[in-house]
Design a protein around this ligand. Structure first.
Ligand SMILES: Cc1cc2nc3c(=O)[nH]c(=O)nc-3n(C[C@H](O)[C@H](O)[C@H](O)COP(=O)(O)OP(=O)(O)OC[C@H]3O[C@@H](n4cnc5c(N)ncnc54)[C@H](O)[C@@H]3O)c2cc1C
Ligand code: FES
Length: 305
């Protein structure tokens, strides 16, 4: 299956490795060859893929509280953004971070090196590159962290002079999908070492500041001496967080892109399960689809002033 721009399709990926961080989070690495590699060479941060979980076995060690839910048979594919995508010889490696919350994510977490999985992708519209010379501030919460991390890393890979700042929030340390945090290391010296500044917040204070990541960002920005006109924001996370970021961005006059986490069934614009009401700059209201027109939108479209 291929989409209209002849880029995405259904491909078989081999699991190159999986790493578990506590009970809830795992990082999965997939290898794509041939047409799959060609398609994913063109993928960009913020886009996503639909992973087939039907037919995958459940692992024996399920996170506490998931025992009943995990035994349901998942029919639909599950959407995941990318933590990273990079070449490996002629092949492409696609990495995802998985928060194990139900039957599909539990099944993915049981994958081992050499297993095969069907992936539909790359799908959607990812983060747009910033205007030349603009600094990029990534603000992300929970499973919104991987695509923002991917975006910032890719920008710095493409342009070593790109200035990036990162803010990550989660309920607690155990819920933060950052490998170094789970390993008890400092992200500033690890995967976020390319950033000029990294800060984190958790609801319970188990990592970073206690409170909301949006508050941590706001107080940092107030003292950072940056001009709003020189900055752009890229954000992903739960809707209330994105709304708060959009309000702050509009107030300060910073351009912001937000990646929405809508429930998705087909992922390709057919089922209409992911409608996002938007408002154009002329005030015209219309419905867009998160899977096809997003998941990344201009904040003014989805959270009008
Ligand atoms: C564009 C996009 C990118 C995503 N990227 C990632 C990622 O990088 N890493 C990651 O771990 N997860 C990501 N997700 C979320 C992931 O798709 C869901 O967590 C997953 O589909 C749940 O499947 P499950 O079978 O394990 O859970 P289910 O058994 O289907 O559901 C478990 C519980 O989670 C709720 N739930 C399921 N899907 C969502 C959702 N999309 N938003 C809010 N609540 C949901 C259900 O209502 C239910 O209460 C992304 C979602 C989208 C739309
Ligand atoms: S998920 Fe089916 S139309 Fe978007």
């Amino acid at each position: 299956m291929t989409n209209k721009n002849n880029r995405s399709g259904v491909f078989e990926a081999s699991v190159a490795g999986s790493e578990h961080f506590g009970e809830k989070i795992c990082r999965l690495k997939f290898v794509l060859s041939g047409e799959g590699a060609d398609a994913f060479k063109l993928a960009s941060p913020g886009e996503f893929a639909q992973f087939q979980v039907e037919g995958l076995a459940l692992p024996s060690n399920l996170p506490e509280g998931l025992e009943d839910r995990a035994f349901r048979q998942p029919i639909l594919r599950r959407p995941f953004s990318f933590l990273d995508i990079y070449p490996y010889g002629e092949d492409m490696i696609v990495e995802i971070m998985c928060d194990i919350i139900g039957t599909g994510t539990a099944r993915l977490s049981g994958l081992r090196a050499g297993d095969k999985v069907s992936i539909l992708g790359p799908l959607g519209r990812g983060f747009a590159k910033p205007e030349k010379g603009k600094k990029v501030i990534g603000i992300a919460g929970g499973i919104g962290i991987p695509p923002v991390e991917h975006f910032l890393r890719q920008l710095c890979r493409d342009n070593p002079k790109q200035e990036c700042f990162a803010f990550a929030g989660a309920r607690s340390r155990a819920d933060m999908p950052i490998a170094s945090v789970q390993q008890g290391k400092n992200p500033e010296n690890q995967e976020y070492s390319f950033c000029k500044h990294f800060a984190a917040a958790t609801d319970d204070g188990s990592f970073g500041d206690k409170g909301l990541v949006t508050e941590v960002f706001e107080s940092w920005f107030a003292g950072a001496g940056l001009s709003p006109a020189d900055c752009e924001i890229a954000a992903c996370g739960p809707e209330p967080m994105l709304r708060a970021i959009a309000q702050t961005a509009h107030k300060l006059g910073i351009r912001a892109q937000v990646s929405l986490e809508k429930m998705m069934a087909c992922g390709i614009g057919v089922c209409q399960s992911c409608i996002v009401p938007v408002k154009s700059q002329l005030g015209r209201e219309q419905n867009k689809l998160c899977c096809k027109d997003g998941p990344v939108f201009d904040s003014r479209e989805v959270f009008a002033e």
